[in-house]
Ligand binder design. Structure first.
Ligand code: HEC
Length: 109
């Protein structure tokens, strides 16, 4: 009996990891949040922001790995092109930033 409970708990744990991974790349949520929070700079290239869909601008950034991009978007990043404000100046969560960066990278490769 206790073995059954243990394996049921394991299954639940694995499922919760799966749903965390799935939500880390929620492209639809990322698109909506991008439009409301990030497009002001990333649609036009304001202040040196890499434009959505600009493959040449995004390729070396994407090559750093998605975790690095999410981290830079989350805590802010001063690069050669300009200054990326932490969370784009919003109060979004790191998970939401992850959704947006996933969407931005997907649209730009
Ligand atoms: C005020 C303008 C502005 C806003 C708003 C903004 N960004 Fe940026 N972002 C920048 C600039 C400028 C850079 C380029 C920095 C550099 O590489 O010099 C940048 C770079 C980035 C990068 C690349 C980081 C890297 O390591 O190459 C990511 C990812 C990013 N922004 C995500 C976001 C997300 C997500 C949002 C919305 C929550 C957002 N940005 C909102 C200006 C902005």
């Amino acid at each position: 009996m206790s073995r059954f409970i243990f394996s049921a708990l394991c299954a639940l744990f694995v499922c919760s990891i799966c749903s965390t991974v799935a939500s880390a790349s929620d492209l639809a949520a990322g698109k909506a949040l991008y439009e409301s929070s990030c497009a002001a700079c990333h649609k036009t290239g304001l202040g040196g922001a890499p434009k959505l869909g600009d493959k040449a601008a995004w390729a070396p950034r994407i090559a750093q790995g998605i975790e690095v991009l999410v981290n830079h978007a989350d805590i802010g990043f001063d690069g050669k092109a300009g200054s990326m404000p932490a969370k784009g100046g919003t109060t979004l969560t790191t998970a939401q930033i992850g959704d947006i960066v996933g969407y931005m990278a997907e649209q730009s490769k």
